[in-house]
Design a protein around this ligand. Structure first.
Ligand code: SAM
Length: 191
């Protein structure tokens, strides 16, 4: 999955990464050589402690993590070139407002990448792992992206590398903000 994600994002440098529901900070680590500054947000203090340790161990000084709620981000709007929501949406009963909030943080021309399960019928994921949703169709996530003005540039499906459930498919959606920032101008215009 990580290889596919890296391929999708490409290897060009970019200014800022926002990782929503950062958990252990894996996404901040994965793209560390490409962004100038990275920020991970998570609701769980325990996960943030682990993420900070991992960033320290990896010598990553240009990323930080902080506590926050994906539904209500206390961040400067239109400031991030790449926003990632990796394996978080299935914990949310209603993901649409979270995607709406994420889109507000995208810089003109920025990209939103969502990685989550395709629709499945593994009911035990609700009871055993607190999943609120059993995956998402291409249309659902694309619809939430387009409702926020993004162009859906690519959708990929991958077999899960979860050894317990070979039947699970992981989908990756790449949405792009269509605005471009004109040189020497702070106002964005539609491309
Ligand atoms: C399965 S983990 C994924 C972590 C990371 N994105 C990864 O893939 O390695 C889901 C994370 O989402 C966080 N989370 C769940 N609901 C959240 C919310 N409303 N706001 C912020 N973080 C949330 C959890 O605390 C958890 O760390």
């Amino acid at each position: 999955m990580e290889a596919e994600l890296c391929k999708l994002v490409g290897n060009q440098p970019f200014d800022s990464l926002l990782d929503l529901g950062t958990g252990t900070g894996r996404i901040l680590e994965l793209f560390k050589d490409q962004y100038r500054k990275g920020l991970g947000i998570d609701a769980s203090r325990d996960m943030l402690t682990i993420a900070r340790d991992k960033l320290d161990q990896s010598g990553i000084t240009h990323a930080s993590v902080r506590q926050g709620d994906i539904f209500n981000l206390a961040l400067e709007r239109e400031s991030y070139d790449l926003i990632v929501i990796h394996q978080v949406l299935h914990f949310l009963h209603d993901p649409a407002p979270a995607i709406n909030e994420a889109c507000k943080m995208l810089a003109p021309g920025g990209r939103l990448v969502i990685i989550d399960f395709a629709p499945h019928e593994l009911e035990y994921m609700r009871s055993d792992f607190a999943h609120a949703r059993l995956g998402f169709s291409h249309e659902s996530v694309s619809g939430w992206m387009t409702a926020n003005g993004l162009d859906v540039e690519k959708i990929s499906d991958l077999s899960s590398d979860n050894s317990q459930d070979k039947t699970l498919t992981v989908s990756i959606w790449l949405g792009k903000d269509p605005r471009i920032l004109m040189a020497g101008d702070n106002s964005a215009s539609i491309a």
